[in-house]
Write a new protein. Structure first.
Length: 165
C-alpha cells in the first residue's frame, strides 16, 4: 500500500512519524528517509532512539525552496538515489519524507519511485511533500492533502522547537 501526505499545510511529516511509530509499536521494521532536511528536527531524536526504526538523511543537504544550481542538483541526485538504491527488503514500512518535492525538482525520477513500489510489493510506503505528482497519485492507496488556512509565521512568529521542528 502507498500512503501520501501532501500540500502546503503543516503536519505532513508529523503524520508520517505517527505512521512509523505505530508500525514500530506493532513490532515491525521501519525505514525513515528524510530528504531536504538535516536530521536535527525534534522528531528525529525519538525516531533514532527506537530499535526497529532505521532513520537516515542523505549526505548532501539542500534547503527546500532555495534556488538550486545544476551542480547542486547533480550532487543531490547522486546522494538521494544512492540512498534509494540501497533499500533492502527487510522493511515492513518505508517512509520517504519530502520525496514528492525531490521528484518535482527532477532529483528523483518518477520511474525510481514506481520501481520501489514494484520491487517492494509487501512494503507499506509513506510519501510526503508539497507537490501533487499525478503519476504517483494514480498508484497510491491513501492520499491526504494538507491545506494551510492560518499559520503563525504570517504574524512574524518563527518556527518553535517541539512544534514546527
Amino acid at each position: 500500500m502507498v500512503q501520501v501526505y501532501y500540500g502546503l499545510g503543516k503536519g505532513k511529516t508529523t503524520c508520517a512519524v505517527g505512521a512509523a511509530i505505530r508500525m514500530a509499536g506493532a513490532g515491525k521494521k521501519v525505514l525513515f528517509l528524510q530528504f531536504f532536511k538535516n536530521g536535527s528536527s525534534s522528531e528525529c531524536n525519538i525516531l533514532k532512539s527506537l530499535d526497529n526504526i532505521d532513520f537516515f538523511v542523505p549526505d548532501e543537504k539542500y534547503q527546500l525552496f532555495q534556488n538550486i544550481t545544476s551542480k547542486k542538483q547533480e550532487l543531490l541526485k547522486n546522494s538521494y538515489n544512492n540512498l534509494l538504491n540501497n533499500i533492502n527488503k527487510n522493511y515492513d514500512m518505508v517512509v520517504l519524507d519530502e520525496i514528492l518535492d525531490a521528484v518535482k525538482l527532477n532529483i528523483i525520477t518518477i520511474k525510481t519511485v514506481e520501481d520501489l513500489f514494484f520491487n517492494f510489493k509487501n512494503t507499506e510506503f509513506v510519501l510526503t511533500g508539497h507537490q501533487k505528482i499525478p503519476e504517483i497519485f494514480e498508484q497510491s492507496d491513501y492520499i491526504t492533502e494538507f491545506k494551510e488556512e492560518k499559520h503563525p509565521f504570517k504574524k512574524g512568529i518563527f518556527a518553535r522547537k517541539g512544534i514546527e521542528y
